[in-house]
Each structure stands twice: as C-alpha cells, then as structure tokens.
Write a protein that binds this ligand. Structure first.
Ligand code: AMP
Length: 216
C-alpha cells in the first residue's frame, strides 16, 4: 500500500505518519528528514539542497526525485509518503516509480488546516534529531523539557521553523503543492481530514480511511 500525506507545513503530517507507521507497520518516508540527514552529514546532496530548505523553497524536482529513488532501493513494504510528492511533476514521477513496482497510490490523506494554526504549530515545534519525532512546547510537550520521550536525546528547533520562513513555506505550498489536491481528487483517492480538530478526532478519521482502503 502507498499512502500519501498531503498538507501545508505544520499540518501534522509527520505526527500522523509516525502513528500510522506504528499502528499499521508501514514505512514512514519523509523527504524533509532525508534532506536534513544529508545536510547534517554534509553529503553532496545535502550541500546542494540546504540553500533551498533555508529559503523555504522546494528542492528542484530532478534532484529530489533522484534522492527518493536512491532511498527506495531495497525497500519493499507499504509506505507512508510524508512531504512527497510536492509538485505535479513529482506526483507523475511517483506514479511511474510505483508502476515499475506494480504498485500505485492507494490513498491520499489531505490534512486541511487554517494558517493561524500552522504558525502556532510551527513556532512551538521541537524535533528529535535521532528518531525524528516531533513535540510542541505547549500542545504536545515532552515529559522532560527539551528531551525526547523515546530516546532521551535533546530536542532541537528546526532552522526553518520560525514565523518568517513558515510564511514563505506556506506560499510555496500554495503555489506548488496545492494543485495536487485536485489532481488526487480526480483520481478518486483523496480523503480530506480536518486537521484543526483535536488529535483524537483526527486519528479516528484517519483510521477509518485506512481501514476502508485496506478492505478494497
Ligand atoms: P518538511 O520537513 O516536509 O517540512 O520539508 C522541509 C524542506 O525540505 C521543505 O521546505 C523543502 O525545502 C524541502 N523538501 C522536502 N520535501 C520536498 C519535496 N518533495 N520536494 C522539494 N523539496 C522538498
């Protein structure tokens, strides 16, 4: 199964992807995490992608797709796609990649959220660099301040998680990624999730959507 999580930055894609991975045993692929790992490790791809991330822009399709294809080698399990595709051309390419694996996109969960909520979530977001889980200073605080609940590593604030960069990222999202909503709606695989709702309600709706897709 291939499940795509679509939504603005801060919509909760990473959090929900982690829960889905845990509940259903799918592999969580976050292109943002792949990029950040490359940046930290100062790889050739990391050095090339860093400037785009810092400006809130998208990494060019060709380079992003190359990194995804590289990552997919030796992976043969159900996948949650978090942050990919982000452009129509990436969506077309993903179809081709999956076709070659006799697969397709089974379900797209569009996490719909208001701009005010996005900024609130992004400004308070903290990330564990080891397990990549996210916390929030007030909405989902860790048990010990600044420390990951799961592996006790320090939590960090992403360099692009401030209000100014968040607004640029939202604009990039509106211009480049939002057209994917209509694209997947036309393919009848899109399910809209109201991400302004509380976590329990959001999770229940996601669960129902996955369960009914698994039964198809
Ligand atoms: P995220 O962790 O999903 O918020 O992604 C952080 C940043 O990584 C984005 O603002 C982009 O600069 C870059 N990025 C992540 N995924 C993609 C993608 N599919 N295409 C292009 N750039 C991406």
């Amino acid at each position: 199964m291939n499940l795509v999580l679509l939504g603005a930055p801060g919509a909760g894609k990473g959090t929900q992807a982690d829960k889905i991975a845990q509940e259903y045993g799918f592999l969580h692929i976050s292109t943002g995490d792949i990029i950040r790992d490359n940046v930290v490790n100062k790889t050739k791809d990391g050095l090339e992608t860093e400037k785009y991330v810092e400006q809130g822009k998208l990494v060019p399709d060709e380079l992003m797709i190359k990194m995804v294809e590289e990552y997919l080698k030796n992976i043969d399990q159900s996948i949650i796609w978090d942050g990919f595709p982000r452009t129509l051309s990436q969506a077309e390419k993903l179809n081709k990649i999956l076709e070659n694996r006799n697969q397709h996109v089974n379900l797209v969960l569009y996490l719909k959220i208001s701009e005010d909520k996005i900024i609130e979530r992004i400004k308070g977001r903290l990330v564990c660099m080891k397990c990549k889980r996210t916390f929030h200073v007030t909405i989902r605080p860790p048990k010990i301040q600044g420390v990951c609940d799961f592996d006790h590593q320090p939590l960090i604030k992403r360099s692009d998680d401030n209000e100014e960069k968040a607004r640029v990222r939202i604009k990039t999202y509106c211009n480049e990624t939002e057209p994917l909503i209509g694209y997947y709606q036309a393919k009848q695989v899109l399910k809209i999730i109201d991400s302004d709702e509380n976590e329990t309600v959001v999770w229940e709706t996601i669960n129902q959507a996955i369960e009914s897709t698994l039964k198809e």
